[in-house]
Design a protein around this ligand. Structure first.
Ligand SMILES: Cn1c(O)c(C(=O)NCC(=O)O)c(=O)c2ccccc21
Ligand SMILES: [Mn+2]
Length: 249
């Protein structure tokens, strides 16, 4: 293996074992800066901007503003999902592969969690009109998501002026964690109720790429529950149909 690649792998292993694992086990979240470096970071940013300009990002949630009848709806986040194999997403794919490698170096050391696969990547943009994302838990009910991983892409971000801070409220802790969505910053945190979080109102365009890593056991269980639910609801559907038919007689 070429020397530089070997060096990269050593750095990644060090980041995983000496920083990410201890921080996740102790605080429940961890972020690092300069993850890809200026050049590759810019390539990812360029591809995300390209997606934004070409209208690929679809309106996410409606961010209601004000109350009562004059409920003026400001457009909230815009998102799209990429697997990284689409046209003009090579740099995003490189990022995803690197994060996959980083997570695979942590596996076996994250307690009982066995992580084998992940979601597609969610590319998100807050338009900078004051929209944010209300306080929530990513995975409150055991849908299988174990670790949330967010890569931020915002150059010269100044929270005082632009807002857009991610505030995590670590469960059972007396402090909150305010994380600025800075360019080339990678953040990881447990997706479950340990980490309620909010995106504060953003006053400049705010880009991020998120992937969720699944705990294979919890994911399999969640799929089983979903299959039962859909089977059950189809039974209810046919029962209602029988009732209607009986009433029609
Ligand atoms: C756009 N956006 C999000 O930004 C966050 C989120 O927690 N973001 C944290 C952040 O960007 O710092 C989400 O968790 C989320 C979940 C479903 C759909 C869209 C979503
Ligand atoms: Mn979230």
């Amino acid at each position: 293996m070429p020397f530089l690649e070997h060096l990269e792998d050593l750095k990644l292993e060090q980041l995983a074992l000496e920083h990410i694992v201890p921080a996740l086990l102790d605080q429940g979240f961890f972020y690092t800066d300069n993850f890809l470096g200026e050049i590759v970071g810019h390539m990812v940013l360029a591809q995300v901007k390209q997606m934004h300009c070409s209208g690929v990002l679809k309106d996410g949630q409606l961010a209601g503003r004000g109350s009562g009848v004059s409920k003026r709806h400001i457009r909230g986040d815009k998102i799209t999902w990429v697997s990284g194999t689409e046209k003009d997403t090579e740099a995003i794919n490189f990022l995803l592969k690197l994060i996959d490698k980083l997570i695979s170096l942590c596996v076996g050391r994250l307690g009982k969690n066995v992580i084998r696969d992940r979601s597609k990547a969610m590319v998100a943009c807050y338009p900078g009109n004051g929209a944010g994302y209300v306080k929530h838990v990513d995975n409150p009910n055991g849908d299988g998501r174990c670790v949330t991983c967010i890569y931020y892409l915002n150059k010269h971000w100044n929270a005082k002026e632009h807002g857009g801070v991610l505030r995590i409220f670590p469960e059972g802790k007396s402090y909150v964690a305010d994380i600025e969505p800075l360019f080339d910053r990678l953040l990881l945190f447990w997706s479950d109720r340990r980490n309620p979080h909010e995106v504060q109102p953003s006053f400049s365009t705010r880009y991020a790429i998120t992937v969720w890593y699944f705990d294979s056991e919890e994911r399999a269980e969640a799929k089983r529950r979903f299959r039962d639910l859909t089977a059950h609801s189809s039974q209810i559907g046919s029962l209602i149909e029988d009732l209607y038919n009986a009433l029609d007689k």
